[in-house]
Structures are given as structure tokens and as C-alpha cells.
Design a protein around this ligand. Structure first.
Ligand code: NAD
Length: 480
């Protein structure tokens, strides 16, 4: 049994009230560990520890803070296998995916922001002969970082690393559904010698622990990734307290395939963008719009390649589709499959729960599912499913597909497949998405702004945007 503890003031400690939650392995449906069911008292202790650590941490030269973060990055790299195993067991994702995506990207988060802090310069504006303005960016103070279950360590570190880099101290909460790698990170921070209180990791539910972080007056900014409804609730609490908020929320991302594209590349990448991590990536393209002349060719090849998506034990080397994260989530996705049938969708593949024999017989496995014949404005094509379910829809004109792509309340990411460069630029500008990929998907450059428009969020993470978010700008005007 994995017994997870809070990381508070540099120590691993039990929750103050002594209550624990069960941690379930999605591939087996069995309880395999416990995590603290922390409450406001644990959060208050974490904020106090962070406040005590803040003066010394913010006073360190950026280079020294950066060195510490790079040390943590190196430790994540050195423990890649252990962390990948833990992520796979906790989340249900294939171990092979955690090895090449989740854990290396978590390490690069620490590495990138550790070194970026040194390049984060003060801006100056000279009014010749009159005055000099310079803008100092002070760390905002103690901040809260709250993350979801789909890319546990990857998204957790994406928030924590820039906050620490600029000199903030952090109270962080991973999802109660996937707490394991955050716990292992606590151990690595202790090994690295991170000063006590600089980072505190408190485990628990959203209402019990997350809410206490958002409400605490000592928390000056909140970086949150999760569902749109939770984000809305968070904003209601934090806005009257004038806390800075960064919200990375849901998506319903379009994937636009034009007839002039490299069809082989479009199909192969669309298989990944539809079903990687069982479709549980906020950037997955769940609405695939295909220009009519290549519709049948795309569909045939897509369904053919789908057969290679072997469903199985996430720990097995040849598994491409692991388990969905929880029983509740499996039932939510199955509910959407039922809805797609009711709305007149024609099932082309999948649609059913799968029993994987052996140790995974009780796991939450689902076939990758493809529908066609659904209008762009039906609920299946408007609401976030966040599972391995996609729709194929033919289109005739560029105007039509842009209107359909933009027709949801979301605006996180979009992918365009075309070899026509002019069209690529034109369509990209017309899409209401914070992130647009052309002839690629999930391509990463940590310097770029990351985030969504409309109900997909407020603010941007990544690069300078993240460093700025965790700081307070102060302008000093000196008259000559
Ligand atoms: P969720 O909103 O249920 O939970 C996210 C986190 O918020 C968890 O840690 C949870 O405990 C916490 N939380 C819940 N209620 C809270 C409250 N009242 N106060 C404070 N914290 C609270 O989301 P989830 O189900 O874990 O994740 C899936 C969602 O995340 C999807 O909608 C997905 O699109 C979104 N997501 C977005 C991005 C992005 O970058 N835009 C990335 C990954 C996931």
C-alpha cells in the first residue's frame, strides 16, 4: 500500500485531522493506497510555512534559485522509470507514454524555468533628458497551484516551476485522483535540499482542500488547471479578494483536414491527437472535419490504423490504450456515447467497455470510439467528453469549416492539415483558439504562450507569460 503524506515545511507529515482517502488503480479498479484528506487547517499550516520561507527564498539571486530547480529536474530524470511506473499505475495511462511524455516533460519544466529566471530582465524606458522609468517585477508572494488528473506530474510542475523560479513560495494541490507522482516529487525536493516551506504539497479533495487554498487570504495568486465549471466556481471565490488568477480549462478542439494535405501524416497524427492518453488530454482534437474529396480516404485509413491501438494492461510494452482514470469518468464517457447514438450518430468503431483479462479484469477500459453523421451543433460536438471519442464530419468550404470550428463555447487548441501555406495562415488567424498547430500536434516549445480563449480559460502559461503571472510589476519613474 502506498501511503501518501503531505509535504509541509520540508517534512512529510500526516494530515492534521488524521483522515485519509482511498487511492484506486484505474487498470485494476482496486484500492492500492491512501492519501491525506486534508482540510483548511493543513492549508493554513502550509501557508504559514510558505510565508516564513518567503523572505529568504525571494532574496536569493535568481541564479541560485535556478540551480535548485535544475537539480530537481536532474533528479526527475534520474528517477524517470520509478516516476513513470507510478504515473501509469495511478492514472491508467500506458507506461510507454509516461516514459516519453509525462515525466521527461515534467523534468524539462523545472529545467526550462530554472534557467529562464536568469534571463528575466528588468525593463527600462528612457525619456531622453527628462526621466527614466524602470519596471521591477517582484515575486507576488505565496501562491496556490491546483492541477488535474490527466497529466499529473507534467501539469503540476508546469505551474510550480515558474512560481519558484521568480521567488514565490508555493502551496500546491495535485488532483486527489492522481496524487502519487506529486508525493514522489516531495521526496525529490527533500533530496535536492529545497529549503523548508518553499514548496508545500497538500493532498485532498477540491471542496475540502482546494477551496481552502483559494479562500486563504495569504495566497496572492492562483494558477489552476481543470474543468470549466470548477474554474467558474474558483473565479467567484477569488475575484472579490482581488487575487490574480490563471485558469486553464476545458476544450472541444477542432481538427481541420483539407484535401491538399499530406493525408498519411494527417491520419497518423490524428490517431494520436484523438486517442493519446485515452483521449484525456485537454488538447486532443475530438471534432475531425475533413474536406469532402478526401473524406472517404481519410475515414478508411483512420479506421484501419485504429486497429493497431491495442487496449491492455498499461504496464505492458505493446499497450497503446490504457484505462480511463476512474469509474465515474468511464460512466460519464459511456453516457456521451449513448447520447451520440440518440443524436443520430453512425458508429464506425468502438463504443463499448472492454474487459482486459487477468489482473486488469475490473479496470476501466473503453474502446476508442468513432462516430460520423452528427451535425456540428449537436451536444456530442459541442460538449467536452474528455475521453476516446471523436466524430468525423465532411465539409465543403473553408468558410463553413471555420464557422463550425468556432461554434463551441471553447477555444483552447486547433489543428490544421494543409500544404497550402497561405491557407494555413489565413485559417489560423480566423480560428478562435489560443493554440493553433499546422501539420503537427502537441509540438512543444516552452517559450510560447499556452492557454485558451472563451470558456477554455483566462490568462496564458508558458515562457515569459508564466514568469510575469507570478510577479507584481512596479514602475519607478526617476526625473533627471
Ligand atoms: P477538476 O476541475 O474536477 O479538478 C481540477 C483540480 O481542481 C483538482 O485538483 C480538484 O481537486 C480541484 N478542485 C475541484 N474543486 C475545487 C474547488 N472548489 N476549489 C479548488 N480546487 C478544486 O478537473 P479534472 O476532472 O481533474 O480535470 C479534467 C479537466 O481539466 C478537463 O475539463 C480538461 O479539459 C481540463 N484540463 C485543461 C487543461 C488546459 O491546459 N487547459 C489541461 C488539462 C486538463
Amino acid at each position: 500500500m502506498l501511503l501518501i503524506q503531505n509535504y509541509l515545511n520540508g517534512q512529510l507529515v500526516p494530515p492534521l485531522a488524521g483522515r485519509y482517502l482511498d487511492n484506486i488503480e484505474p487498470a485494476t479498479g482496486q484500492v492500492y493506497g491512501q492519501l491525506p484528506d486534508s482540510g483548511p487547517d493543513d492549508v493554513a499550516a502550509a501557508v504559514a510555512a510558505a510565508e516564513a520561507a518567503l523572505p529568504a527564498w525571494r532574496a536569493l539571486p535568481a541564479e541560485e534559485r535556478g540551480r535548485m530547480l535544475v537539480k530537481i529536474a536532474d533528479l526527475i530524470d534520474a528517477n524517470l522509470e520509478r516516476l513513470a511506473q507510478a504515473e501509469s499505475q495511478d492514472n491508467g495511462k500506458p507506461l510507454s507514454l509516461a516514459r516519453v511524455m509525462d515525466i521527461p516533460r515534467a523534468a524539462s519544466n523545472f529545467h526550462f524555468f530554472g534557467t529562464a529566471a536568469e534571463h528575466f530582465a528588468t525593463e527600462a524606458h528612457m525619456q531622453e533628458g527628462i526621466a527614466l522609468n524602470y519596471t521591477v517585477r517582484h515575486p507576488i508572494g505565496v501562491v496556490g497551484c491546483i492541477s488535474p488528473w490527466n497529466l499529473p506530474l507534467y501539469l503540476f510542475t508546469w505551474k510550480i516551476a515558474p512560481a519558484l523560479a521568480v521567488g514565490c513560495c508555493v502551496v500546491a494541490k495535485p488532483s486527489e485522483i492522481t496524487p502519487a507522482t506529486a508525493f514522489l516529487l516531495s521526496e525529490l525536493c527533500m533530496e535536492a535540499g529545497l529549503p523548508p516551506g518553499v514548496l508545500n504539497i497538500i493532498h485532498g479533495t477540491g471542496p475540502g482542500c482546494g477551496q481552502a487554498i483559494v479562500e486563504h487570504p495569504g495566497i496572492k495568486a492562483i494558477s489552476f488547471t481543470g474543468g470549466t465549471a470548477t474554474g467558474r466556481h474558483l473565479a467567484r471565490t477569488a475575484a472579490p479578494m482581488f487575487k490574480k488568477l490563471s485558469l486553464e480549462l476545458g476544450g472541444k478542439n477542432p481538427n481541420l483536414v483539407f484535401a491538399d494535405c499530406d493525408l498519411a501524416a494527417a491520419v497518423a497524427t490524428s490517431i494520436r491527437s484523438s486517442f493519446a492518453n485515452q483521449g484525456q488530454i485537454c488538447l486532443c482534437g475530438s471534432r475531425i472535419f475533413i474536406e469532402r474529396p478526401v473524406y472517404e480516404a481519410f475515414k478508411t485509413e483512420f479506421l484501419q490504423q485504429l486497429q493497431a491501438q491495442k487496449i491492455g494492461d498499461p504496464l505492458a510494452a505493446d499497450t497503446k490504450q490504457g484505462a480511463l482514470v476512474s469509474q465515474a469518468h468511464l460512466h460519464k464517457v459511456l453516457g456521451y456515447i449513448e447520447l451520440a447514438h440518440e443524436e443520430g450518430g453512425r458508429l464506425l468503431a468502438g463504443g463499448k467497455r472492454v474487459t482486459v483479462p487477468g489482473r486488469c479484469a475490473e479496470g476501466y477500459f473503453l474502446e476508442p470510439t468513432v462516430f460520423e453523421n452528427l451535425p456540428h451543433d449537436c451536444r456530442t460536438n459541442q460538449e467536452e467528453i474528455f475521453g476516446p471519442v471523436v466524430t468525423l464530419t465532411p465539409f465543403d468550404t473553408e468558410e463553413e469549416v471555420i464557422a463550425w470550428a468556432n461554434s463551441t463555447d471553447y477555444g483552447l487548441s486547433a489543428t490544421i492539415w494543409t500544404t497550402n501555406l497561405t491557407r494555413a495562415h489565413r485559417v489560423a488567424q480566423a480560428l478562435h483558439s489560443g493554440i493553433v498547430w499546422v501539420n503537427t500536434w502537441l509540438h512543444r516549445d516552452l517559450r510560447t504562450p499556452f492557454g485558451g480563449m472563451k470558456n477554455s480559460g483566462v490568462g496564458r502559461e508558458g515562457g515569459l507569460e508564466a514568469l510575469r503571472f507570478f510577479t507584481e510589476a512596479q514602475n519607478v519613474c526617476v526625473k533627471f
